[in-house]
Design a binder for this molecule. Structure first.
Ligand code: DGY
Length: 424
């Protein structure tokens, strides 16, 4: 990329963040996703921090204003009505002052807040805002272990694929067979009005998403019942790595700010989760695998979740094996990191989380590799990410073989990640 090109792309990234800014929260993209999404917002704040620190803090504060009394932070906040999205508040029926969904999403907030704090130029404001957010993030972490790890295994389970953010991953294919498709109220999908249906989950998958939603609604969204009552309980290594990293970062920041109890609790959680991740390691696949808690089996599915584990402080030997695996993947696709192994015959380069590259995942993998001193592979993934934006713009995700941009356009978190990549 030439210098002019770089500065133009930088400006375009800022323009996208402004275009999608609703004042106190940012939509992932207009049309397809017209509300506030949990992990989108936290990662968006990192991009905003490069040109408006105050606005970046606000993004995360808005999200936590909608935390549930039990500690859960929902995956969608329906700030304003918009019937261009399905399923909306009338389907979720969560009975909140401002409507929200009833499930959660990858807990990147702890990581994002530490990063905002470290880079803040207004140190006093950063201190005040971090001190206010840390207890809320700690409550969310506690909620995870109370409600999604009832047997105290050190690993939390997802009860809906939407919680992972990787909605239609091949990881869910087998456990999803247990989720029925009968008794679903008739519905009209809206996502395929905005994006190419060939890039989106199938109707059968939507039926199962909806069945789970209706089932949880029937249990009044009681988080002390949902885990055990769900036919879908899957332990995802990427999700747990994000949780472990956030616990680790919250512990470090809380200690610096004198919140000793929060620091101690989060340090213990991070250590327990990193230790338990070992149970998901597969020598055959040279990566971590998802675990179906109901069937008691590991998923034979080489998805990016098992590589994303480098985001947590995992053992060096595991990182080395994952880097070797990434080198092999680089021989089979033009751009790293595909969301599923391109050599698997279920790989689909354009269909959402069954193959495409997602720059937020690249960002977290790069970050983990840098912490571990794996700078060559980190650089390789960063270069691929910049090339994808240079060739195909700010897409939601990209085909790892052709580089084609797929899904929504003018996408917020892709723009935010670009600003992160360009910062050095
Ligand atoms: C969707 O609607 O596609 C989302 O991923 C669910 O959060």
């Amino acid at each position: 990329m030439s210098a002019t090109n770089t500065s133009e792309i930088h400006q375009n990234a800022i323009s996208i963040l402004r275009l999608n800014d609703k004042g106190t929260y940012t939509v992932p993209t207009h049309g397809l996703y017209p509300f506030q999404w949990n992990w989108d917002s936290c990662l968006t704040a990192l991009g905003q921090s490069h040109f408006d620190e105050n606005r970046a803090w606000r993004e995360i504060e808005t999200l936590f204003e909608h935390q549930w009394p039990d500690g859960m932070v929902p995956h969608i906040i329906f700030h304003e009505l918009d019937d261009g999205y399905f399923p909306g508040p009338d389907v979720w029926q969560t009975d909140r002052p401002v409507a929200t969904s009833g499930i959660t999403q990858p807990p990147v907030a702890g990581f994002a807040v530490k990063r905002l704090y470290e880079r803040a130029s207004d140190r006093e404001a950063a201190r005040t805002r971090a001190l206010a957010l840390l207890p809320a993030i700690d409550r969310w972490h506690q909620w995870f272990f109370e409600c999604r790890d009832p047997a105290d295994e050190g690993l939390v389970a997802l009860i809906h694929p939407w919680e992972s953010g990787r909605d239609n991953s091949i990881d869910w294919d087998a456990p999803f067979q247990r989720v029925p498709t009968d008794g679903i109220q008739p519905y009209h999908r809206r996502d395929t009005d905005h994006a190419d249906p060939a890039h989106r989950p199938t109707k059968e998958q939507y039926d199962r998403y909806l069945w789970l939603l209706q089932h949880f609604r029937g249990l009044q969204w009681n988080n002390h019942a949902l885990h055990d009552e769900s036919p879908f309980q899957v332990v995802d290594p990427g999700f747990n790595a994000i949780l472990a990293r956030s616990c680790h970062d919250v512990a470090t920041l809380a200690r610096e700010l004198g919140l000793v109890e929060i620091a101690d609790k989060n340090q213990a959680r991070a250590e327990a989760t990193v230790a338990a991740l070992e149970n998901l390691w597969s020598d055959d696949y040279s990566q971590y695998l998802c675990y179906d808690r109901i069937a008691g089996v590991h998923q034979q599915s080489a998805s990016v979740a098992g590589l994303l584990a480098v985001f947590a402080p995992i053992p060096t030997a595991r990182i080395d094996s994952i880097v070797a695996k990434l080198n092999t993947m680089a021989e089979n696709s033009r751009f790293l990191v595909a969301s599923h192994d391109p050599l698997d015959n279920r790989f689909d380069g354009k269909r959402y989380w069954r193959g495409p590259v997602w720059l937020i995942v690249n960002y977290m993998i790069i970050d983990g590799l840098k912490v571990a001193g794996q700078l060559d592979m980190a650089k390789r993934i960063e270069t691929d990410s910049l090339k994808l934006i240079g060739e195909s713009g700010f897409a939601e995700y990209y085909d790892p073989k052709s580089g084609e941009g797929c899904g929504g356009e003018s996408f917020t978190w892709t723009a935010a990640m670009m600003l992160e990549f360009l910062k050095d």
